[in-house]
Design a protein around this ligand. Structure first.
Ligand code: NAI
Ligand code: MG
Length: 492
């Protein structure tokens, strides 16, 4: 079995305690690699290295343009290794090779975009109201960044943090999910190859309470950028608040995919399917609530079922597979529990509802694509994030009713509207409480479109120009160019 090492201060190193744990392949159920089980000692080493690199040495001295060049070089190396990194991700999280390869081929754009942005972040001169002074602002890196990432799209979600953080001049310690650490450890080697100085990029792996907690609490960490569950996000944000650390939180969702009677039905059916069954529903932007206008409800559901029934479960490495396993055994249990909850709440099971088994599923952790109809928005299945291939269909009457239902959850990550009426599309996009609204499409993302949550879906934005501000702090510099002190005991 392959044994991985931590990445600290530009070196591949063993964990201080000399302990590893197994990571499993969700399709075979078998352990395939050993991941370092780091602890607070390793965290301290990594954060100290990041702190040293931030404050002295080549990274601290480098111009923004030089940082941008390094990010570009890294992007090229990711392109070179995309297939290998994607295969590692599939082995570890069970998502389709087509999806992970698509992500790996797209990730370089984040490094090109933020690499290009690095030397375009300018301070301003201030049109001061006081005579005899000149003043300007500097944008400085916020400090050592801790990036804590989940298992569903390990490298893409890490890159959303790493690219702007490094462009801003920060240094970083990444803690990937204990279920999918391998790709981030392989990725780390590319930073040295690209020429990043030691300590700029570090990876510590292990469990939330053993590695995540000391990382969040380390006094030299100034910013925590987290993607994962709202439960863990709340714990981290409370700890960070005690020390006035900056945070960015990308949390869960219960996104509404809203189909009006005037929609292109075939496109809307595809959108509904990709919203919930792509990535086996393990995506924060899953369109887990499908709101269908009453006048087309029955015919739409029939067409949806006709397509959903053809979904092929199987080996995620096989190009013919459409639905892969869920990533972890606890996730399998959680999804099956929610299916039981929905049944007990009185939702009508229209498709699936069981663990996926059979020759095509190997020993994998599969859940059949599952659809519940006649769901009431107050049911738990409509309010809580399942993070699996489980769709809840809810009926609505008109625009106002759709808005009311869509917004009646504590999350607000994304929403979609399917309609041929441009006025309706604009009215709905204004009223929906979500960080992203799609019209006649679903699950589209880009490095240049701000992404983040309203309400309990999070704090801050990733992607786009302004995301670099998440990693900067502003300093005002005052220069006396001729003002004479008057009364020294009174403010100037
Ligand atoms: P999690 O939110 O607990 O884990 C995310 C990351 O946080 C992992 O790297 C984990 O090790 C770390 N972590 C856990 N506890 C920590 C702590 N106290 N301090 C610092 N770091 C800590 O998510 P988990 O357990 O992997 O999945 C549970 C549920 O979270 C899923 O069923 C799903 O509903 C949701 N989830 C949502 C994601 C999203 O993108 N919105 C992604 C992954 C999971
Ligand atoms: Mg795994």
């Amino acid at each position: 079995m392959k044994r991985y090492q931590l990445r600290i201060d530009g070196q591949a190193v063993d964990p201080a305690a000399g302990v590893w744990f197994d990571t499993q392949n969700p399709f075979t159920g078998e352990a395939w690699a050993e991941i370092p089980r780091a602890d607070a000692q390793d965290v301290d080493r990594a954060v100290q290295a990041a702190h040293r690199a931030l404050n002295a040495g080549p990274w601290a001295e480098m111009s923004a343009s030089q940082r941008g060049m390094l990010l570009h070089r890294l992007g090229d190396l990711i392109t070179r290794d995309a297939a290998k990194l994607a295969a590692t991700e599939v082995r570890d999280n069970g998502k389709l090779l087509a999806e992970m390869l698509g992500q790996l081929n797209y990730i370089p754009q984040w490094f090109y975009y933020y690499g290009g942005l690095a030397d375009k972040i300018q301070g301003t001169t201030l049109p001061l109201d006081k005579k005899g002074y000149f003043a300007f602002t500097r944008n400085e890196p916020v400090g050592v960044v801790a990036a804590i990432t989940p298992w569903n799209s390990p490298l893409m979600l890490a890159s959303w943090k790493i690219a702007p953080a490094l462009a801003a001049g920060c240094t970083i310690v990444v803690k990937p999910s204990e279920f999918t650490s391998a790709s981030t450890l392989e990725f780390a080697a590319l930073f040295d190859e690209a020429g990043f100085p030691p300590g700029v990029f570090n990876v510590v792996t292990g469990f939330g309470h053993e590695v995540g907690t000391p990382l969040v609490e380390h006094p030299l960490v100034r910013k925590i950028s987290f993607t994962g569950s709202d439960v863990t996000g709340r714990v981290i944000n409370e700890k960070a608040a005690r020390h006035f650390k900056h945070t960015a939180m990308e949390l869960g969702g219960k996104s509404a995919n809203i189909v009006f009677a005037d929609a292109d039905v075939e496109q809307a059916v595809f959108g509904a399917i990709s919203g919930i069954f792509a990535a086996t529903g393990q995506t924060c932007i899953a369109g887990s609530r499908l709101l269908v206008q009453g006048s087309i409800y029955d015919s739409f559901v029939e067409k949806l079922l006709a397509v959903a029934r053809t979904a092929r479960m199987g080996d995620p490495m096989d190009p013919a597979t459409q639905v892969g396993p869920v990533t972890t055994p606890p996730q399998l249990a959680k999804v099956l529990d929610y299916i039981e909850v929905a049944r007990q709440e009185g939702a009508t099971l229209l498709l699936g509802g069981q663990r996926g088994e059979g020759p095509a599923c190997g020993n994998g952790w599969f859940v059949q694509p599952t659809i519940f109809g006649d769901v009431d928005n107050n049911m738990r299945i409509a309010q809580e994030e399942v993070f699996g291939p489980v769709l809840s269909i809810i009926r609505f009457t008109d625009e106002a009713d759709a808005v009311r239902i869509a917004n009646d959850v504590r999350f607000g990550l994304a929403a979609a509207v399917w309609t041929s009426d441009i006025g309706r599309a604009l009215r709905m996009s204004e009223k929906l409480q979500a960080g992203t609204v799609w019209v006649n499409t679903y699950r589209a993302i880009s490095y240049l479109a701000p992404f983040g949550g309203y309400k309990d879906s999070g704090l801050g934005r990733e992607n786009g120009i302004d995301a670099i501000r998440e990693y900067l702090q502003v300093k005002s510099v005052w220069i006396n160019s001729g003002a004479v002190a008057g009364n020294p005991f009174v403010m100037r």
